[in-house]
Design a protein around this ligand. Structure first.
Ligand code: NAD
Length: 455
């Protein structure tokens, strides 16, 4: 947020990671957590949620200083959401049953759910607590041990969660957090023979490597939640274009666009293109970008200089390829220092442009005009990603056709970006292969065991 060093962190070596994995393995094998009655595990996870809520303010300030997300958003989306996630899975853990199979009468076929063992979790910097909790809560609820590696630029709140978990009564060794570099600590975790399942949120290139590490080690299952280039499609028949413009602006610019489901491609019906771009730009321009700890700021900082330079590079390339800057495009120099960027709107973007195809992960909106519903659908699906989408229309049949036709894990209709713990979040195509949130997420953390009993 001010570009200055805030603290220093241990850089875990491969040996450190292996020690953490061995500790998690031991804790799993001796049953100190998985063999507790469900009610006892539930109590620990609720207590952890209580502690997170009690210290939400402290956690939020720590997290904002670490990663630069605007305070209001961080309070809700980080501490607030993490507490809710621990509660959700605390309540879920004794409601997940096995099955009795419809076998022949002389056999009893039982399908039992067993915790997988040691879960390795690797998470990014944009919402470390929220995403960390999406992995930790169901993994622990299912009775597993976990070794978690946070991102280099956002480790502090997850280190706190490890402390709070011990305070809440989680037995030693069940949750281990190792800080350090992806290429060292992350790689060691992904290669560990002690890790049974690896869950990851981050970029596509790292996701690919994790699949390789799995193949090179113990064939651990790897679940990937990757990036997106999500289309937000606005038809001229949308009921309230002003509201659509305002929500679309927040759909890309909150947390400076550093949101996996950000609606980063705006597809607009040509007849309303100019007025809609003007409205989105007006709402975006009104957003106050600045010190994320100031309550006046609606948008905070870019996470790192590297990220900022990458964002600016996308703008340069887009204009070189023929796109036009309707708003922003540059760095904001803040008196506090740090990395800030203007909300940026690029028009005249076409599928050949890099900014149409690749995830920026910054405050850059790429606008493309379309003439027909078929063309909108074709453009929506014309990238390798499939994480999220938005559709604005007052035509119910069209809304359903678009929900069916857009290849994405979530399609928002007449809104953008809403979600809660009751629904899964995951991508299709190269946006990933797993789901966080909801009861479906628990499947990743269980093995199925069949008991075939001759009667
Ligand atoms: P990243 O892939 O660079 O890093 C993610 C994590 O992987 C970090 O902890 C990093 O240290 C680690 N890592 C890096 N190299 C590694 C290696 N060789 N082996 C093992 N681990 C390694 O991603 P990022 O920049 O932290 O996060 C941004 C990305 O995350 C974006 O692509 C964004 O879309 C994605 N994301 C996806 C979701 C989702 O739910 N699908 C949510 C949030 C963010």
């Amino acid at each position: 947020m001010d570009g200055a060093a805030f603290t220093t962190l241990e850089r875990a070596t491969a040996q450190d990671v292996n020690r953490a994995c061995a500790s998690a393995r031991e804790a799993f094998e001796d049953g100190r957590w998985r063999d507790l009655p469900p009610a006892a595990r539930k109590k620990v996870l609720h207590r952890l949620a209580d502690i997170i809520e009690e210290r939400a303010l402290e956690l939020t300030v720590l997290g904002v200083r670490d990663n630069g997300t605007e305070f209001g958003m961080a309070l809700k989306a980080e501490a607030g959401s993490a507490a809710g996630t621990f509660r959700y899975y605390a309540e879920a853990l004794d409601k997940v049953y096995g099955e009795v199979a419809p076998t022949s009468p002389d056999v009893l076929g039982l399908v039992q759910r067993e915790p997988v063992g040691v879960v390795g979790a690797i998470v990014p910097w944009n919402f470390p607590l929220m995403i960390g909790a999406w992995k930790l809560a169901p993994a622990l609820a299912a009775g597993n041990s976990v070794v978690l590696k946070p991102a280099e630029t956002a480790s502090l709140t997850l280190l706190k969660i490890a402390e709070y978990a011990m305070e809440a009564g989680l037995p030693d060794g069940v949750l281990n957090v190792v800080t350090g570099e992806g290429a060292v600590a992350g790689e060691a975790l992904a290669l560990s023979m002690d890790v049974d399942v690896l869950v990851f949120t981050g970029s596509g290139p790292v996701g690919r490597r994790l699949l390789e590490y799995s193949a090179r080690s113990n064939l651990k299952r790897v679940y990937l939640e990757l990036g997106g280039k999500s289309p937000n499609i606005v038809f001229a028949d949308a009921e309230n274009l002003e509201k659509a413009a305002q929500v679309s602006a927040m759909g890309i610019f909150r947390n400076s666009g550093q949101v996996c489901v950000a609606g980063s491609r705006l597809l607009v019906e040509r007849s309303i293109h100019d007025e809609f771009v003007e409205a989105v730009s007006r709402h975006a321009e009104a957003l106050k970008v600045g010190d994320p700890l100031s309550l006046d700021s609606q948008i905070g900082a870019i996470n790192s200089d590297r990220q900022l330079q990458g964002n600016l590079g996308f703008v340069t390339d887009a204009t070189a390829q023929g796109a036009e800057i309707a708003l922003g495009g540059g760095r904001i120099l803040e008196s506090t220092g740090g990395y800030y960027m203007e909300p940026t709107v690029l028009t005249g973007v076409s599928p050949e442009h890099r900014v149409f195809q690749e995830e920026v992960f910054g405050p850059v909106l790429a606008v493309t005009a379309f003439d027909t519903e078929e063309e909108a659908l074709r453009l929506a699906n014309a990238t390798d990603y499939g994480l999220a989408a938005g559709v604005w229309t007052s035509n119910l049949s069209r809304a359903h056709r678009m929900v069916r036709g857009v290849r994405a894990g979530v399609v928002h209709v007449n809104t953008y970006g809403g979600s809660d713990n009751t629904v899964p979040l995951g991508g299709v195509k190269q946006s990933g292969n797993g789901h966080d949130k909801s009861l479906h997420a628990m499947d990743k953390y269980f093995d199925l065991k069949t008991a075939w009993i001759q009667l």
